[in-house]
Design a protein. Structure first.
Length: 159
């Protein structure tokens, strides 16, 4: 059943895409001469779902709409609600966040908020468990993360 679901997702993603692909890369909808273009987050989400629990090295251009911080990790979200299925969460580990802050002279959350960013990282789907009264429940949902390994793997693009 899971195989049929994965094949259906790939088929639908392929039919809805009008951009060109090459090799094993995702469709790139971002063109640097277009000041507002971003990467198709649903194509990334679909790929992460198909390869789950594995990850995939890729890159893209995303608009950061919301930010957060969890246990020292900086979280940059492409949607206002991080639970939105269209959301890609760019995860910057604590050490990388500190290095980034030293280089840009402000917090990564403030620096990237409401900006377009060019990101290179590991695309992975993550299972998020709900909890009740401090205990994990049997309910969960999935988030799509792009994990950054170095502060040089993320930069501003245009505005």
């Amino acid at each position: 059943m899971r195989l049929w679901t994965a094949l259906l997702i790939l088929l639908l993603a392929g039919c809805s895409s009008t951009s060109q692909t090459s090799g094993n890369s995702l469709p790139q909808t971002a063109q640097f001469d277009d000041k507002s273009a971003t990467t198709d987050t649903m194509a990334y989400r679909n790929l992460a779902a198909v390869i789950y629990p594995k990850s995939f090295e890729t890159g893209g251009v995303f608009r950061v709409k919301a930010t957060g911080n969890l246990e020292g990790r900086v979280l940059l979200n492409t949607e206002y609600d991080y639970r939105d299925p269209r959301n890609i969460t760019i995860v910057i580990p604590p050490k990388v966040a500190t290095e980034l802050e030293e280089n840009v002279k402000m917090s990564p959350e403030a620096y990237f908020l409401k900006k377009r960013v060019l990101v290179k990282g590991q695309l992975v789907q993550v299972k998020i468990w709900f909890s009740s009264n401090g205990k994990r429940s049997n309910k969960y949902y999935y988030q799509t993360h792009m994990r950054v390994a170095s502060w040089k793997d993320i930069s501003l693009v245009g505005d």
